[in-house]
Each structure stands twice: as structure tokens, then as C-alpha cells.
Design a protein around this ligand. Structure first.
Ligand code: ARG
Length: 444
């Protein structure tokens, strides 16, 4: 492992920011179960050692890890050596007895490699002595897949039962659980299973917080840009044109959707080409891969007392710059029911308030603020839209806003400037002529 040379002040600052940004995720994730699906290509690549280090690190932080491995390229190599033709039906391998021998050989190779590397610890680091125990076992009971489209799949199987208690027991003991895509029948037969199916089913059954597919090839892109989040419905649309998808995604996406619908809150797709991809994806908001989730990540809701700290953090910088009028914590506490917030992934990223003037039947929109990292993504609009809806529900005829800096923003959204004298009397009394804000008005 390279040791970090934090010589420049900028490097140090970035380092500190990085750790601070990671801390809430570590706190939220530790103690939860993660299924990591490694495809065979990743296991074979020279990047694999870095991934193993990252898995060790996650394990040491208290993540419960289940690693499911694939082995397609390894099986292909052995089949080729033995001059056995490889056969697929609908993307699934047809496993006859000779092929099964090759599958078992490949599984042996791959799992030994993973076990060996996971035992390695982090050389030249304080983690060098950390012992990882890796457990594997007969966790999967399988049955034959049977005849599909007229093709007898022979020893290709499907999962019949997952021994959840046994896996949980190993995780409770602090082990990393390693699962090969092989299943056993009560009569002692072995079946060849599909890695992505195993990963998805195990993730559902073990109520994993995340299922993460790590693969060698390209990730999901659109117009050359990474697709960073995607809903299950959008993913289904993509599957209608499978030829446009990178191969790994074509295989994994259907299972990812299945897992997502089955209750796994987030499924991630990561190309292993980027060193540290797992850590970046888990410990930054932006991530590096594509995240699939059933529910939308953001929600607008009424603020409550617990949001005060976050709201203050949002508006204070704007107060300092003179963009918003200062308001005290006490006042905020007293007026908290006038606030709405946008929550993104458990983080408050925007707020706005509506103060009704009942006599005049109008409302003031105030304290509109969006977190700097989330600006220009339409969150201001989202807040305005909700404030307008709320004002309509209260049967208000108009909303207004006082601004010194952002007049154009309001104009672009249907407000027009009015004289101060149009303000409700109570507001006029408080009007600060020194500040000289402009008044923008929008009829509802
Ligand atoms: N670190 C967060 C998580 O693991 C967010 C990741 C976001 N990733 C993305 N591809 N948009 O849940």
C-alpha cells in the first residue's frame, strides 16, 4: 500500500474533508449486511488485490460482508483446455457432467484465490496483523433448472433454499462469508448456479442494506456520462434495449431489479477499473458507479424541531453574505412550523418558509436556501413549487418575497416587482429601508 504523503495544505484539507464526509456513512452502515458480487473477470484482474484490501477495511469497520463470486472466464479457460464446447441457452450455461467437472475446478481455483488474498491482511500497515476469518459452507440448496425452451439444462440449477440462520451465525461470529455459485441437493448432487441470481437472492434473504455488483467492464452510461442513480422503472426501460447495455449490466440488471423489488434498498453497479471504487461509492454522496433504488432519494416535507440545526447550517452562510436576513435560533424554533425542507439521503439540503398574513390573505416566502453542493439542480424550484401549493391550500391569493440579490430568479418564475406599499401593513412596519430589498409578488 502506498503511504499517503500529505505535504501540501490542500492535500491535508482534502484528506480531512474526506474523512469527515465518510464518517456519517460509516456510522450509518456499520453493523449492516452487504452483499458484494464479484464477477469472474474482477477476480482475475490485477486490480483484485486492491479490492481485497478495501473489503478488509470495510470488514474492520464492522460491515457484515457476504462475498459472492462469479467464475465465467475461469470456466471458459478450463473448458477450452479440455476441448469441451461451452453451451448457453438464454445466457445461462448448460452444464453436462464434463462441464460440471470444469465448473468445480474453476470454483476451487477462484475460491482459494479469494481466501488466500483475504488472509493477506494489509502488508506494511497497522492492519497487517488483523485476522480475517472467511467462512464458506453448504448454504445453498438447489434443484435442477429443468428444461427451458426445449433445452435440458442438466446440472444447471436454481436455488431452492438459503440457509439464512447459518449465514447469520457466521456473520455474528465476525466472519466474512464467501459464497460460490454452487448449490447442493439433499441427495448429494451439485448444481451450477448463476452468480447474479445467487447474489440477489442472498441479499433479499439476509435483508442486506446493499447489493453491490463489481465487474471488470464498463458501467452504465448515457451520452458518455455516468448514470449516477436510476430507479427500478428506469432500469426496466433500459432492459428493453439490451444491446445498448455493457455485457455485465445486461446480466446483472434484471437481478438487481429483482433484489430492489424484493426489499434491498440500494443496489450498486461499479466498474472495478477505478482504484478504490468501493470506498468512493460507499463513502461519498456522489459515488462513482450507478445506484439503483426503488424509492426516490429526495423528499420535501414539513420541518420539525430536529431540523433546526440543519436549517441554521443552510441559512447562516447566506446571512453572513447579507443575502438573507439574520434570524435567531429562538425565532427559528418559534417559527419552525412555517418551514419546509428537502431531505436527500437523510441530509437536509434545502429549506424555505411561508409566513401567512391572514388579514391580507397573502404569504411571504422567506429563507429559501439550497446547500451549495446541490445548487443548480432544480431544488430551489422544487421548494417554490411546494410553497405555492401550500399557500393555495391555505387559500392565499398571492405570495411575495423580499430580495436584494436574486431578483432575476423570481422574475423568471412568474413574480413581478411591486412597491413596498403593497406589502401587508405588519410587514411594512418591519421593512428595513437601509436594506432596501425589492419586493416580488406572485398571484396564485
Ligand atoms: N455513499 C452513498 C451510498 O452508498 C451514496 C452513493 C451514491 N452513488 C451513486 N452512484 N449515486 O448509499
Amino acid at each position: 500500500m502506498d503511504s499517503l504523503e500529505l505535504t501540501s495544505p490542500t492535500a491535508l484539507r482534502t484528506f480531512v474533508q474526506g474523512i469527515r464526509a465518510a464518517a456519517p456513512y460509516i456510522y450509518a452502515f456499520r453493523g449492516n449486511t452487504f452483499v458484494i458480487a464479484l464477477d469472474g473477470e474482477v477476480v482475475a484482474s490485477e486490480k483484485f488485490i486492491g479490492i481485497i484490501h478495501d473489503l478488509n477495511l470495510l470488514h474492520s469497520l464492522g460491515f457484515r460482508l457476504i462475498v459472492v463470486h462469479g467464475m465465467r472466464p475461469q470456466i471458459e479457460a478450463i473448458l477450452a483446455q479440455q476441448n469441451i464446447e461451452s453451451r448457453f441457452a438464454n445466457g445461462v450455461r448448460v452444464t453436462d457432467a464434463d462441464t460440471m467437472d470444469c465448473v468445480l475446478e474453476a470454483a476451487g481455483q477462484v475460491r482459494s484465490r479469494i481466501e488466500a488474498l483475504l488472509s493477506l491482511g494489509l502488508a506494511n500497515s497497522p492492519m497487517a496483523g488483523a485476522r480475517n476469518r472467511i467462512s464458506s459452507g453448504n448454504y445453498l440448496t438447489a434443484k435442477p433448472l429443468g428444461v427451458i425452451d426445449g433445452q435440458d439444462m442438466q446440472l444447471t440449477g436454481t436455488i431452492r433454499r438459503i440457509d439464512r440462520e447459518a449465514i447469520q451465525q457466521r456473520l455474528d461470529d465476525g466472519d466474512i462469508v464467501l459464497i460460490s455459485p454452487l448449490g447442493y441437493s439433499p441427495t448429494g448432487e451439485i448444481f451450477n448456479l448463476t452468480m447474479e441470481v445467487v447474489a440477489a437472492r442472498v441479499a433479499i434473504r439476509l435483508e442486506a442494506l446493499k447489493l453491490i455488483f463489481l465487474f471488470g467492464g464498463d458501467g452504465l452510461r448515457k451520452d458518455k456520462k455516468r448514470i449516477d442513480t436510476i430507479s427500478t422503472d428506469e432500469a426496466e426501460t433500459l432492459l428493453k434495449k439490451p444491446r445498448r447495455l455493457p455485457e455485465a449490466l445486461r446480466l446483472y440488471l434484471p437481478q438487481a431489479i429483482y433484489a430492489s423489488r424484493g426489499g434491498v434498498p440500494r443496489v450498486h453497479f461499479l466498474s472495478s477499473r477505478r482504484d478504490g471504487a468501493l470506498l468512493i461509492e460507499l463513502f461519498t454522496r456522489q459515488g462513482v458507479g450507478t445506484m439503483l433504488s426503488h424509492r426516490s432519494l429526495e423528499a420535501v416535507r414539513a420541518a420539525d424541531i430536529d431540523d433546526i440545526g440543519s436549517i441554521l447550517a443552510l441559512i447562516e452562510p447566506l446571512e453572513t453574505e447579507g443575502i438573507l436576513v439574520r434570524r435567531s435560533r429562538e425565532r427559528l424554533e418559534a417559527e419552525i412550523e412555517q418551514f419546509i425542507v428537502i431531505e436527500y439521503d437523510n441530509l437536509i439540503i434545502g429549506c424555505a418558509a411561508l409566513a401567512p398574513f391572514v388579514d391580507e390573505n397573502v404569504g411571504e416566502m422567506a429563507a429559501l436556501a439550497v446547500h451549495p453542493e446541490f445548487q443548480r439542480e432544480g431544488y430551489g424550484e422544487m421548494l417554490l413549487h411546494h410553497i405555492e401549493g401550500w399557500a393555495r391550500k391555505l387559500n392565499l391569493e398571492a405570495i411575495f418575497a423580499l430580495t436584494t440579490h436574486t431578483a432575476h430568479w423570481f422574475v423568471e418564475r412568474g413574480f413581478r416587482q411591486v412597491p413596498v406599499s403593497q406589502l401587508p401593513l405588519k410587514k411594512q412596519v418591519l421593512y428595513n429601508y437601509q436594506r432596501n430589498s425589492l419586493v416580488y409578488w406572485k398571484k396564485l
